[in-house]
Design a protein around this ligand. Structure first.
Ligand code: NAD
Length: 486
């Protein structure tokens, strides 16, 4: 299996583009990107260090007044052009996404259109958001709010889907008049860099979007930079603590979009085949490396065997392979380190659950890549690592419950609260359980994916921020209140 040469050509020359400057030697050093499907290196990646982060923030700050003062209809049109450019470059972007993290083209081909929709949705808000007029009894006054941008947004994003992360961040941040510095992971620098080029091509002022791939030190420097108005962090809960402490230096506000341990709750009255199919996607989609993937399957004891049989027989037929092959359903995990870490969790998991499917790194043609078989543990101890930790790999933990109360209690027995999938044909139960589960999003009988118009985010240690909808727009605005006595 060869790295797709076509996609390698798309990477362009290594370097950091910060406003008008091209930087080839950086204080952050250089790493080699590795294609997860083959273990082969693809291209060197120049990483930002603290001095490049400083330059990036300074550049975005310089661009801020011009972008803030750009009439909102022009802002809207620039963002609409950006969305069109994403669609025009769809194949290139999806090839890059596949090369970057090994996501099968079957999935990456769908991403540019969805990303463009996110940008279009927020372009639509650019000329519609305004403030409120507020009554101030018994004082007679005109009191109103001005919704103002923060200035420079620091977007720190994970590696597991830069195309979507960039659209979800750039859309609302730019529509509201902020400028933005995005720091992608060193594992996934290409898509974000290309998206920034397209954003600039669409007519943004130079410096309004700066992308600086980097490692942890760059993230720390960005979150702690005094020129940043707000940090928008997407990533893991451990990193979030470090981001909060960096931002604490200047009391910079932080929005957190973190991980999860989202449950599927399959009740005895559910459509069992359908529920098993949806649960399967939690293991397969992005090789289990999606923040909202359902990774705990909580199933009523009366349907446990039926659900498991369907699930396991389908997973055993799942085609793992070359992500560039249109027939491939599941690709590798992102890196050698991730692969070793996940295999370690699987090994330890044998003590706290019964391995009923998978459990191994794939061999044969796939042995050079970081492929792990879709893995299912049944009868998992709810207190064990398998049931409590975000594994971020293709591992599903199955736990049975006896009644609705126990099911909900198990669903909530985690420090996370991102999503919850409820499978039932009882309408009252659907409403009751949706209220009772501690999660930022509940999907009843299937999950249509993240929509730009719908707010998404977590509770508990899954975060506090929201992407999508009006709530997602408000993350990038702060109200200023004006009193005028009359
Ligand atoms: P991560 O926390 O390791 O890294 C996220 C980003 O933070 C990367 O850019 C990384 O370089 C940077 N970083 C690392 N250390 C830092 C530090 N000390 N200070 C500042 N920045 C630092 O996460 P990851 O492995 O890239 O991504 C996987 C995680 O992201 C999972 O937990 C997943 O659930 C979560 N995620 C959440 C959402 C959501 O919308 N809620 C979406 C995608 C991914």
């Amino acid at each position: 299996m060869a790295v797709r040469q076509a996609a390698v050509h798309l990477i362009g020359k290594p370097g950091l583009r910060i406003g008008a400057e091209e930087i080839t030697e950086s204080s952050g050093g250089t790493v080699e990107h590795v294609y997860a499907a083959t273990g082969q290196t693809t291209a060197p990646v120049v990483l930002a260090g603290p001095s490049e982060i400083d330059l990036a923030v300074t550049t975005a700050r310089a661009a801020f007044p011009k972008w803030r003062d750009t009439p909102v209809n022009e802002r809207r049109d620039i963002l609409l052009r950006f969305a069109d450019l994403i669609v025009e470059h769809a194949t290139e972007l999806s090839d890059l996404q596949t090369l970057e993290i090994g996501v099968p083209v079957q999935l990456s081909r769908q991403m540019p259109a969805i990303a463009a929709d996110w940008v279009r949705y927020y372009a639509g808000w650019a000329d519609k958001s305004g403030g409120d007029v507020i009554s101030t009894w018994p004082i007679r006054s005109l009191n109103y709010t001005l919704d103002e941008p923060y200035g420079v947004i620091a977007g720190i994003i994970p590696w597991n889907g830069s195309l979507m992360s960039m659209a979800q961040l750039l859309g609302p941040a730019l529509a509201t008049g902020n400028t933005i510095v995005v720091k992608p992971s060193e594992l996934a620098p290409f898509v974000a860099t290309r998206m920034a080029e397209l954003a600039v091509q669409s007519g943004l002022p130079t410096g309004a979007v700066v992308v600086v791939p980097g490692a942890a030190a760059a993230g720390q420097a960005l979150a702690g930079h005094p020129g940043v108005g707000k940090v928008h962090f997407t990533g893991g809960a451990v990193t979030a603590r470090s981001v909060l402490s960096s931002a604490a230096e200047h009391l910079t506000p932080v929005a957190l979009e973190l991980g999860g341990k989202s449950p599927h709750l399959v009740f005895e009255d559910a459509d069992i085949r359908f529920a098993a199919r949806v649960a399967m996607s939690g293991v397969i989609a992005l090789s289990g490396q999606g923040c909202a993937n359902g990774t705990r399957l909580l199933v009523h004891k009366s349907v446990r065997d039926q659900v498991l049989d369907i699930l396991v027989s389908r997973l055993r037929k799942t085609k793992l392979g070359d992500p560039a092959d249109e027939a491939t359903v599941m690709g590798p995990v992102v890196s050698h380190n991730a692969c070793q870490r996940i295999l370690g969790v699987i090994d330890r998991g044998r003590q706290s659950g019964n391995l009923v499917s998978g459990g191994n790194r794939s061999g044969g043609d796939l042995s050079a890549g970081f492929f792990i078989e879709p893995t299912v543990f049944a009868d998992v101890d709810p207190a064990a690592e398998l049931a409590q930790e975000e594994i971020f790999g293709p591992v599903l933990s199955v736990i049975t419950f006896a009644d609705e109360d126990e099911g909900v209690a198990l669903a909530n027995d985690t420090r996370y609260g991102l999503g919850a999938y409820v499978h039932t044909n009882d309408l009252r139960r659907a409403h009751r359980v949706s209220r009772a589960v501690e999660a930022g999003a509940v999907w009843v009988n299937g999950a249509p994916g993240l929509m730009p118009s719908v707010p998404f985010g977590g509770v508990k240690q899954s975060g506090s921020g929201r992407i999508g909808g009006l709530a997602g727009l408000r993350e990038f605005l702060r109200p200023k209140n004006v009193w005028i006595p009359v």
